[in-house]
Design a protein around this ligand. Structure first.
Ligand SMILES: NC(=O)c1ccc[n+]([C@@H]2O[C@H](COP(=O)([O-])OP(=O)(O)OC[C@H]3O[C@@H](n4cnc5c(N)ncnc54)[C@H](O)[C@@H]3O)[C@@H](O)[C@H]2O)c1
Length: 139
């Protein structure tokens, strides 16, 4: 399954040009360095796009089960489907990191316990400092 994933998966635009952070790189290379390390169940927040999606693809290619979570369930579902289509293991769940109820509902809905959390979800408003709206500080 892993060989099939590696053949078919393409690096994300983000991780295609930048290295993974060290702790994630260790997880992502586990098959090369420690082939007996068990597959981990990894929940990634904000994984419907950008860096979170890139991390999901990289860790799925290393043989881990990816729980793709995001506010946007459609987007999370699309990323999970891409991972599965490439031979990886993934599921999608709606999860709003600002809501205890949403986190509890997501944990109840997923197929297995979470062993690793990649807390990636976040927002950033980019503008010159003197134009940064005060309201944007209040997330
Ligand atoms: N892109 C950069 O250059 C950069 C630099 C430094 C830090 N970061 C941080 O890295 C993380 C990912 O950045 P990105 O560029 O991939 O952003 P992105 O906007 O592409 O992805 C963020 C994802 O988080 C989701 N999200 C937003 N609020 C959420 C919530 N309350 N609960 C769950 N999901 C939520 C969005 O739906 C989106 O899919 C963010 O925390 C960002 O602040 C990014």
């Amino acid at each position: 399954m892993l060989a099939r994933y590696r053949r078919r998966s393409r690096p994300s635009s983000y991780f295609g040009t930048k290295p993974l952070p060290a702790t994630l790189a260790k997880l992502a290379t586990k098959t090369a360095t420690a082939p007996d390390t068990p597959m981990r169940s990894i929940l990634i927040t904000g994984a419907a796009s950008g860096i979170g999606a890139g991390i999901g693809h990289a860790l799925a290619a290393a043989g881990h089960h990816i729980i793709v979570s995001d506010l946007a369930l459609d987007g999370a579902g699309a990323v999970a489907a891409e991972i599965r289509a490439a031979g990886g293991s993934a599921e999608a769940v709606a999860l709003d990191v600002t809501s205890d109820e949403s986190v509890a509902a997501a944990l109840a809905a997923i197929s297995r316990p979470v062993e690793v959390l990649v807390n990636n979800a976040g927002l950033q408003h980019v503008s010159p400092l003197e134009e940064f709206p005060l309201a944007k500080w209040d997330l």
